[in-house]
Design a protein around this ligand. Structure first.
Ligand SMILES: [Zn+2]
Length: 171
């Protein structure tokens, strides 16, 4: 399946193959396919670069988790966790598109404002550097003013840190 995805992607972007006589290189996506490709590319661009790289290697290049782990010198468990995080984010990013074009209401998979933010790591640093005795007021205001993120309750932050934080990014 991954190889088929790679094939389609390569015909579309004319990136791979290199064999111009291949009839598949004349493949032209129809308007809906073009929209799908643009939506997926847009969603991928919102991922942190390491997650984007893992998704591309896994789905476009057909590499296994172990192969990716070796290439990126990153533990197998960490690659798998990042891959799952990336898929959850892509699902959320693409859900408005899927709903608009296919009329399918996508269930929100553990949607988290902080996970979904393109400034996720900056926000995590802000949170992790909050002095323990300080309350959340300053952080909430910064989220609103600096990152355009309307977080109503500190519970969102606490859950994010507890369940979604990828420790190894903040070593
Ligand atoms: Zn989160």
């Amino acid at each position: 399946m991954a190889r088929r995805v790679l094939g389609a992607y390569d015909w579309v972007t004319s990136k791979g193959g290199g064999d111009s006589d291949n009839s598949l290189s004349r493949y032209r996506p129809n308007p809906l396919q073009q929209k799908i490709i643009a939506a997926v590319e847009g969603a991928l661009a919102r991922l942190p670069s390491v997650e984007k790289e893992i998704v591309e290697r896994y789905f476009y290049q057909g590499q296994t988790i172990r192969e990716i782990s070796e290439s990126l010198q990153c533990a197998v468990g960490s690659v798998e966790r990042r891959r799952q995080n990336a898929i959850r984010k892509l699902r959320n990013y693409l859900s408005p598109f899927v709903e608009e074009y296919f009329g399918i209401k996508v269930r929100d998979f553990a949607r988290c404002l902080i996970c979904d933010s393109p400034f996720r790591f900056e926000i995590e640093n802000l949170i992790l550097h909050k002095p323990a005795k300080e309350n959340w007021k300053r952080v909430l205001r910064s989220l609103r003013e600096d990152y355009n993120l309307e977080v109503k309750a500190p519970q969102t932050i606490v859950s994010h840190i507890k369940f979604h934080l990828e420790e190894d990014n903040h070593g």
